[in-house]
Each structure stands twice: as C-alpha cells, then as structure tokens.
Design a protein around this ligand. Sequence first.
Ligand code: RI2
Length: 310
Amino acid sequence: MRCQTRDVPFNDAPTVDQATHDIETMSVRGAAALARHAVQAIGRLAQNEASDAEMQDAAQRLLATRPTAVSLKNALAYTLDALPSGPSAVEARAQRFVHDSLRARERVGRRAATLLEDANIVITHCNSQAALAGIETRHAERPFEHVIVLETRPWRQGIITATQLADKGIPARFMVDAAMGAALERADAVITGCDTIAANGDIVNKIGTRLLSLASKEANVPFFVAAETFKVDPNAPTGHDVPIEERDDAEVLEDPIEGVVVDNPVFDVTPAERVKRIATEEGAHPPGEALGAFERSWGTELAPLDSPEP
Ligand code: RI2
C-alpha cells in the first residue's frame, strides 16, 4: 500500500462531503493538513451563507473522521468560535487559520533546524511536514550526511517522506521500522512530528514512535519533536487520555487468517520524559512547557468542541 498526500489551497476549498471523504480515506493526511482541509470546507459553507446549525453539523461530521489528531478539534473550535459574528467572520477565521498554520510551520522549521544543528545523520518516522520543515531548513544551512527514513507500517508514509526528501535533493536512506535500533547506532538525532501533545507533554504520534523514543534513549541519541502549538490538547492531562484511532484490519493483513484477530492501533504514546525538546512556532520547549506555548498562541478560552460518539 502506498499513500498520497495533498494540501488544497483555500480558493479551491472542498465541500464537507469531499473533505470528509478525503480525510477518512487519507488522501489528505498529516495532522496539520487535515485540520486545514476541514477548516477550508467550513469556510466554503460560510461563504455560501450556511446557517449556524449547518456549520455546527458539518464540524461534527469532520470531527468524526479521525479521532486522534487534536489539530482537527482545535482548528474547528477556533473557526466556529466566530459563529456569533456571522458567516463572513467564520470565513475570515477559516482563512486566518490556514494562513497562520502555514506560517507557523515555517517557524517550527526554523526552531527545529536549530535543534538539529550538530547532527550529521538524523532519523525521522512517518511523514510530518513540521519535521520535514526542520530537516529542510537545517539541510539548506548545512547539509546532512543523510536522513534515515523509517518505512512506517502499515501505511508506509515513509515512502512519501523519502520521495519528498529526494525531490529536494536531500540524501535519504530508507529502512524498515524494525531496523531502528541499527539506524540509531549511526544517527545523531531523531525528529518526528506529532498528532497531539497532551497537557503534561506526552506525545501522541504514529505507531512506532514510542519504540523509537525508547531505542533513542538506550542509544543516547536526542529525540526531538516538531509541532505547531495547535497540536496541544489542553483537555488531555496525559497521552493516555487521547483516543487512539484503530484502522481497518486489511491495512495490516490483506488476507485474513481464520482464527486470528488483527489489532491496528495507528498511534502510540511517547512519555514526555523521553522528549528532549519540542520545536513549536513559539520556541524550543521542554515538553512540559508546550501547554504554556499553546495558551500564549490560542488563549485559554478556545471553546472545546465535544467529540461525537464513535
Ligand atoms: P504534520 C501524521 O498522521 C503523522 O503521525 C505525523 O507525524 C503527524 O500526522 C503530523 O504531521 P497521519 O495523518 O502535521 O499520517 O507535521 O496518520 O504534517
């Protein structure tokens, strides 16, 4: 299985049906990109003067697509917060989120590049535009010897990452997930993105990240995370309070084996103490300080949306 990624500009905004489909089928994926995609669909509804109830309904549908990435919840809450001021205010909010989130990614990239200052070989997992922004910025300043990309079963998003690095002329090595221990024998740093940062600084990211952080600790290789502040969930005290998405069995085992049950959790929790720094658009923080960065960027009043029942 090989997946694709795309990020639609606001003037080509999807309908709610399209956005829901794109996110569910992962043709739009990555915590920040899917948040922008959902917000663009709400922006389009607002442009068409939809009622408050229609917009709230649409937000619930979009929210139900992928349960783990809080970016979706935060982006929709931020956009719908403008509902009392009317559709044009909602549309302006949607535009602002898209604009600010892209700008935030650039700034995350600069912070992350500083964290990677001394590394010659860096490992990354899955496909994170925030982590890639850091890798690209640092590579432009001082080229890496190479970047090791882990395959990231079951969706193999590492293929997207390796392709994106190759397209930019950054030397990439591709390795299966189980080779992470061997890869760490020559790596100087690890950087991943994340889907949700809990209030205590735990990181929820693609399955395998927890093991990578553990192996990094054993190998004494620093483990960094790159993430915009809208990936903080102030309502999740720890990573274990974040719902973990379970996806289809066929992603793991195409031909079912009679009598065998497949478990396919697609995210896991990396304890805060294994993370050396999180690069956000606000700075490079110890994990416990990410919540403060979120509050400085988004305030303490961001009205939480209730997630729909699974
Ligand atoms: P950016 C992805 O989830 C990966 O887990 C990645 O680390 C995270 O989103 C953040 O990606 P998925 O949508 O926002 O592939 O940094 O399941 O692009």
